[in-house]
Structure formats: structure tokens, C-alpha cells
Design a protein around this ligand. Sequence first.
Ligand SMILES: [Zn+2]
Ligand SMILES: [Zn+2]
Length: 153
Amino acid sequence: MPKVQTARGSKVPFEFSATTENLFGEDLSAEGFIGDVKISGEVEEVGKNFVVRGQIDCTKTFTCDRCLTQATENQMHEFEEEFDRSQVVEDLIDITELLRDTLLAGQPMKNLCKADCKGLCPVCGANLNDGECECDKFIVDPRLETLKDLKLK
Ligand SMILES: [Zn+2]
Ligand SMILES: [Zn+2]
């Protein structure tokens, strides 16, 4: 349960890292997160409230939805949320939900090894990122391919 320190009248920086299981009491390795998630930021008193802002750095591995190769990606997600005094317990704010929501909301609908991944040849199954194969196939305009992806969502 990650909690951050508050102090009236001054900014308090925070920085820690832990596995998703330690952070959320929930193993998110099914989502592909591996290793420690790094969290850094600061808590600032604003009027009667406290603003918590910062960023999450994490690493994710996944299978590309188009070419089916294994890919690893470093992600950075920013967060900022205001908490009122009722949410401050013994000068601490629990930011578990904020972190979890930020992390999950930041995940793409499709996992791609790269934005312009060419995918697999529908005929021979060759990975077209490695070069064109010899197959006689209908070439799909990449812009239409994007539209097709949108419809599937
Ligand atoms: Zn790919
Ligand atoms: Zn082919």
C-alpha cells in the first residue's frame, strides 16, 4: 500500500520502487509488467488540499498483436490528483488506487512491437518486418489497415 508523506506549507518529494504485487497486493504479470515499477513525484499543499503528482516508470513485455513476436517496452505514465484533508491519515495519503488506475489506463488497446509493424504474411506467415516474402498477395494499404484496427475496438 504505497503512501506518501504530506507537510503543510512545503513540497515533499517521494521516490520508491516495488513489484506490482507489493504495490497493489495484486500480481499484474498477466498484464506483462516485469520487474520493479519506479514511482517518483511530489506532494504539494494547495489551498485546503494536497496535490500529488509524479510519474511511473515500468517495463512491460508482450506478444505483438500483429507479428506475434515477443517485445519489451519501457513505459512512462504521469499522474496528478488532488486529495482533500479527509483523505490524509496521520499526514499520509494512500495513492494505491491512483497508481493502479494510471498504470492500467495507460495501456494501449493493441500491443504492437512498433507503431508501423508490418505483421505476418497471410499466405506463408513470414514476419514482414524482416523483409517481403515471395507470396502473391493482395497488398493492404497501411491506412486501411489502421481503419480495420479501429473497427475491431
Ligand atoms: Zn509486431
Ligand atoms: Zn508470404
